[in-house]
Design a protein around this ligand. Structure first.
Ligand code: NAP
Length: 527
């Protein structure tokens, strides 16, 4: 018996939206499923944002330990939902059970990582510059700085990770870790999953005794609801994962506000994979099979999907292409996340099939799955790739294009032509290092993560991970949406000049009561 009610969560309340209703669509079944969800509009957005604004000062003033406990309580509450969460997410996304169980583990691990980060306290960025009263010609004041949360954050969950990039995903976890209340606009591809996870967060907020406005969840009737959320004066930053069009639309709304705010949108990337000559000769066939596995994983619905393969034209590349084509032919068509994503995929690959100078190398095995994507592999040459901008566009799904370059110079030219990317991959052996060294400065300008001899799908949640990159991979190349550094997006520095000791924030007090690592007169010390 499902516990899903179809209600939004406005602080501690469960509220039925009155602006319309919808049911979740089960892509693998090709039909709507119960229950119905009440959709909200501007009034519910305003209520959630007002509650968030009211909660902000109390939330950020709460001990770091309480914030860490909140993140851990969310993780426990999510695990406590049990099979219902996985079953519902499976119905709503058509993703396999094992994948969703792995994603739940990742979500919980991510929340715990941010809990330990909060306890560690380095995110505070505590800096103390002692006063220099005798300095000539002018004395220096006592200066101390710490970082505080920006304020309430609007989060737009992604369709392709209903757990790890959605209601309790990396954006929410890092914003809460920074001390920012969160208002999530649920992705309507998985409203039931969103409600279950939202309730887990709502309960965790109560468990640790924080104000109710620390978290709200909205089901929106149309784009206007998301726009109203971004436009609300209480919102101070936005986290988004989805399409380039959606991310840019919300960035535009944010820029038009009386008070513009940052939008951290992760949007579009084709993740070029460079297969250099020695690696291609040594293990081209094995690379081809592994590449097709990475390409078709999760029906290709990864932001890090390898949508572009670059290599120098040669008999070894021909062998790579043959092996990849054979491997792809064995991959079945499978249900995508939503009917809309499946039809967008169908239209995009149809256009690619008729693009000048593009050859279809192989297609997967047709099945009778609903809302399905058929894996497809294409090939072209560098000249065509450079001439047709559409060949650089992301096609969300299990398709990739191999670009044959005449020589090293042309390979570098194609690299220079690329837009910003989440990842760039080099397959290299020692004899390839000189060519790789020529590509690296270009790839550093283009991508957030550079891999050697691996595949970009699979993004570790850790301290060094960067899941970001220049536009259009993201709207702000200075940040990451995965890993510990994601917290930086929602913090800002505040400096205190000559404040009396009694009024100083606890992180900056002389005796260092939180035992933080602090930059004291230029030296990193724990005192
Ligand atoms: P989407 O259409 O960008 O939607 C993502 C979220 O943004 C939804 O909650 C949507 O809400 C909201 N939104 C979109 N446009 C908006 C607008 N103009 N104003 C206000 N809110 C807006 O992404 P999607 O539905 O997940 O997938 C569609 C496409 O996105 C895919 O085909 C793929 O190309 C891309 N995608 C990329 C990634 C990635 O990781 N880079 C991940 C998933 C999808 P409403 O529409 O309900 O208002």
């Amino acid at each position: 018996m499902s516990s899903i009610t179809g209600n939004m969560l406005l602080g501690a309340q469960a509220v039925r939206g009155q602006a319309g209703e919808m049911r979740a669509f089960a892509p693998a079944l090709g039909k709507d499923i119960e229950p119905s969800f009440g959709l909200g509009g501007k009034a519910e957005v305003a209520r959630a944002c007002d509650l968030a604004a009211q909660a902000f000062d109390a939330f950020r003033a709460a001990p770091h330990e309480t914030r860490a406990k909140l993140l851990e309580a969310i993780a426990e509450r999510i695990l406590g939902i049990g099979d219902e969460l996985i079953e519902r997410a499976q119905l709503e996304s058509a993703l396999p059970k094992a994948r969703l169980e792995g994603e739940r583990g990742r979500t919980v691990g991510q929340l715990r990582l941010f809990a330990s980060l909060v306890r560690d306290g380095r995110w505070c960025g505590a800096v103390l510059d002692s006063a220099l009263p005798d300095r000539k010609p002018l004395p220096r004041s006592d200066l101390r700085a710490q970082r505080i949360g920006l304020g309430p954050v609007a989060v737009f969950g992604a369709s392709n990770f209903p757990l790890a990039f959605s209601v309790a995903g990396g954006d929410t976890a890092s914003a809460l870790a920074a001390g920012c209340p969160v208002v999530v606009k649920a992705h309507l591809a998985h409203p039931g999953t969103s409600e279950l996870v939202g309730r887990a967060i709502q309960q965790a907020v109560a468990d640790v005794g924080l104000p109710e406005g620390v978290f709200s969840l909205i089901f929106g009737a149309g784009n206007e609801t998301g726009e109203a959320l971004v436009a609300h004066p209480a919102i101070k930053a936005v986290g988004f994962t989805g399409s380039r069009r959606g991310g840019l639309a919300l960035a535009h709304v944010a820029a038009q506000r009386a008070e513009p705010i940052p939008v951290y949108a992760e949007m579009s990337s084709i993740n070029p994979m460079f297969v250099l000559p020695a690696a291609l000769a040594a293990r081209g066939e094995a690379l081809a099979t592994a590449f097709v596995d990475s390409l078709t994983l999760g029906v290709g619905q990864f932001c890090t999907n390898p949508g572009l393969v670059l290599a120098i034209d040669s008999p070894e590349l021909d062998r790579f292409v043959l092996s990849a084509s054979a491997a792809l032919a064995g991959k079945p068509s499978q249900s995508m996340l939503t009917a809309g994503i499946a039809s967008a995929y169908g239209e995009a690959v149809a256009a690619r099939k008729t693009a000048p100078g593009v050859e279809q190398l192989a297609e997967g095995t047709q099945t009778d799955a609903h809302c399905a994507a058929l894996p497809l592999l294409f090939k072209t040459n560098a000249e065509q790739f450079l001439a047709q901008h559409a060949l650089s566009d992301e096609i969300f799904g299990p398709t990739s294009i191999v670009v044959a370059c005449r020589d090293e110079a042309e390979l570098v030219r194609v690299a220079e032509h690329l837009e910003g990317q989440l990842t760039a991959t080099l397959h290299i052996d020692r004899e390839d290092y000189a060519m790789a060294a020529r590509l690296l400065p270009v790839l550093e300008r283009k991508a957030g993560r550079i891999l050697a001899n691996g595949f970009p799908t699979g993004v570790e949640v850790s301290y060094a991970m960067v899941h970001g990159g220049p536009f259009p991979a993201t709207s702000d190349a200075r940040t990451t949406s995965v890993g510990a550094m994601a917290i930086e997006r929602f913090l800002r520095p505040v400096c205190y000049q000559d404040l009396p000791a009694e009024l100083l924030p606890v992180a900056l007090q002389d005796d260092n009561p939180l035992a933080l690592w602090r930059l004291r007169d230029g030296e990193l010390v724990r005192k």
